[in-house]
Design a protein around this ligand. Structure first.
Ligand code: 1HA
Length: 273
């Protein structure tokens, strides 16, 4: 698969295919692709870039190499008030949770491509992606209670929806690791393939989605969020449908009438049963 670098970062890579796929790679293999605050800032910028690029229809999130997708927060820069920017700032950051929200609200499918460890905060990153394609060497788990941390947001709630409440509590309470096949059986991932086929399979899945209606996919993602995110999810779905309204004659009549300083004539539009 040919990828073209579309923007240069320090901790990540941002690449595009020639047919509408953006690939975002955490590139810190020396720490099993753990993220520091700078990594999160770059990831957020890359996801925004992929969102704004109208040629992009699907996004892959992955980690460099075959040893890890991501091992969570970089424990070397963990301070008492979060993870330290530049390793020495007085005030730490805890904002990977904002990235979770960003990935979920991004109106294009985001696919986690997991080889090796998806652990701790790295595990939560794959949980918030829409789909997960796992290599046969993938290993999943939470470590929070072992290192004095936890994610009671999407990391707990979405996980429970994906694997069931008892299993989610087991994953968090015991901090065990689970292999790819076990993850598949519990509904944590969509498919498992040999490592050598991981990228080709992920690209195939993305291409299948690229052939489908972008608006239907967008509304489906918002619909799942509406169920899961309460009022914030309904807000997203509502504004996506408002976008559809804007594109039609009925809304145009409202806008044109205002600009022409006349009463709108909505009588021409059907009141559908
Ligand atoms: O829970 C949260 C949050 C919750 C709410 C809001 C924000 C949050 C933000 C973050 C997090 C967290 O992510 S907490 C959980 C943090 N992560 C971990 O506890 C995982 C730590 N790593 C491991 O358990 C293992 O390294 C591993 C299972 C991923 C891989 O094991 P392996 O293959 O045996 O490699 P290992 O020798 O352990 O690691 C290779 C190198 O990578 C080591 O460095 P070296 O001795 O070569 O210098 C190791 O220290 C480093 N490394 C691995 N993971 C991390 C790391 N360095 C810093 N941070 C890491 N997370």
């Amino acid at each position: 698969m040919d990828w073209t670098t579309a923007h240069h970062y320090t901790d990540i890579r941002y690449e595009l295919s020639d047919d509408g796929i953006a690939k975002i790679t955490i590139d810190r293999p020396e720490v099993r692709n753990a993220f520091r605050p700078e990594t999160v800032i770059e990831l957020s910028d890359a996801f925004e870039r992929a969102r704004e690029d109208t040629s992009v229809g699907a996004i892959i999130l992955t980690g460099e190499g075959e040893k890890a997708f991501c091992s969570g927060g970089d424990q070397r820069v963990r301070g008492d008030s979060g993870y330290r920017v530049g390793g020495n700032a007085a005030v730490g950051r805890f904002h990977v949770t904002d990235l979770h929200v960003q990935i979920r609200r991004l109106p294009k499918p985001v696919v986690a491509m997991v080889a090796g460890y998806a652990i701790g905060g790295g595990h939560v990153l794959h949980i918030v992606c829409d789909l997960t394609i796992a290599a046969d060497n993938a290993r999943f788990g939470q470590t929070g209670p072992r290192v004095g941390s936890f994610d009671g947001g999407f990391g707990a709630g979405l996980l429970a929806r994906q694997v069931g409440l008892k299993k989610a509590k087991e994953i968090w309470f015991l901090c065990r690791q689970y292999g790819a096949q076990e993850a598949l059986e519990m509904g944590l991932v969509n498919t498992v393939v040999p490592y050598a086929e991981l990228e080709a399979t992920t690209v195939d899945w993305c291409r299948e989605m690229l052939a489908l209606s972008p608006m239907a996919l967008r509304l489906l993602k918002a619909s799942f969020n509406a169920d899961e995110d309460g009022l914030a999810g309904i807000q997203q779905l509502a504004h996506d449908t408002n976008l559809l309204l804007y594109a039609g004659e009925e809304a145009r009549e409202g806008r044109t009438a205002f600009l022409e300083k006349r009463q709108p004539d909505f009588s021409q539009f059907p009141r559908r049963p």
